[in-house]
Design a protein around this ligand. Structure first.
Ligand SMILES: *Cc1c(COP(=O)(O)O)cnc(C)c1O
Length: 230
C-alpha cells in the first residue's frame, strides 16, 4: 500500500517548514526555492499527490520509468529528468520531459538539440556538474564547465537554465556544504563570464537541503522525505 495523501501533505508541510527556516537563516525569500518532488520508484499516485498539493513539477531519474508512468497520471505538471541520460535515449527524453537536468557532455547537448529541433521545441536543460569531485557520480568536471556551457549556448533548440549537482555521500556535513558552495561560485563565475543568467541552481535533497539553501539553491529535489524510503 502506498502512503495516503494526508501523510504526503503532512510531510510536504514539514518540508516547507524546513525550507522556510533555512531561507530565514540565509536571509532569502522562501518563494525563491522550489520543492521538486522526486517520484522515482513510486506509483502514479505520487505524481498526482504532488499535483494536488500544488507543486509545479516532479523529478524522475529514468526515462523509461517516466514514459510508462505518464499516461497513468491525472495531474498535469512538469516532468524533469534528474538521472543520467545516455545519448541513445536523448530523443525519448526530449519528447517526454519538460527539462533535462543531467546534461554533462557536448555529445548529449548535440543529441538533445537535434531531438528538440525535430520536435519543434526549445528544451530547457541544466548542466550537471560533479562539484563534489565524487568518482561515483556523473556530471562534468568543474574545469570542463566553461567549454560545456559555451557549446550549449550555441544550441538553437536548447536553453541553459542553470546548473545541477549531487553532493557526495558522506558522514561529514562539511562535504555537502563545500560541494554546494563550489557550484554556486562556479555559477557566479560562468554567469559573469558568459553574460548568461543561469538562474537555476538545482541542489539539495532530503538529507542536505538546508546546506543547499544556505548556498543559494533555487530548487531542492526531494524523494524520501516526501514518499518514504525506496
Ligand atoms: C533520488 C534523487 C533525489 C532524491 O533523493 P532523496 O534523498 O530521496 O530526497 C534527488 N536527486 C537525484 C538526482 C536523485 O536521483
Amino acid at each position: 500500500m502506498f502512503i495516503s495523501y494526508e501523510i504526503f501533505k503532512n510531510r510536504a508541510e514539514a518540508l516547507r517548514d524546513r525550507m522556510a527556516a533555512a531561507c530565514v537563516r540565509a536571509g532569502r525569500d522562501p518563494s525563491s526555492v522550489e520543492l521538486l518532488a522526486v517520484t522515482k520508484t513510486h506509483p502514479a499516485d505520487a505524481v498526482d499527490y504532488a499535483g494536488r498539493y500544488g507543486l509545479r513539477a516532479v523529478g524522475e531519474n529514468r526515462v523509461q520509468e517516466a514514459v510508462e508512468k505518464q499516461p497513468l497520471c491525472a495531474a498535469k505538471l512538469k516532468w524533469e529528468l534528474i538521472g543520467h541520460l545516455q545519448s541513445n535515449k536523448a530523443k525519448l527524453a526530449a519528447a517526454h520531459f519538460d527539462r533535462v537536468q543531467s546534461v554533462d557532455s557536448e555529445k548529449l547537448l548535440n543529441h538533445l538539440d537535434t531531438a528538440a529541433a525535430a520536435l519543434g521545441k526549445v528544451l530547457p536543460v541544466l548542466l550537471q556538474i560533479n562539484a563534489g569531485r565524487d568518482p561515483a557520480k556523473f556530471g562534468a568536471e568543474i574545469e570542463d564547465a566553461p567549454r560545456l556551457l559555451e557549446h550549449g549556448l550555441g544550441k538553437k533548440n536548447l536553453i541553459i537554465d542553470g546548473l545541477m549537482t549531487i553532493a557526495p555521500l558522506s558522514d561529514d556535513p562539511a562535504v555537502a556544504v563545500r560541494t554546494f558552495e563550489a557550484l554556486r561560485v562556479l555559477r557566479d563565475d560562468l554567469a559573469t563570464r558568459f553574460g548568461a543568467p543561469l538562474r537555476e541552481l538545482s541542489m539539495g535533497m532530503s538529507g542536505d537541503l538546508e546546506a543547499a539553501i544556505l548556498s543559494g539553491s533555487t530548487q531542492v529535489r526531494v524523494g524520501s522525505a516526501l514518499y518514504g524510503p525506496r
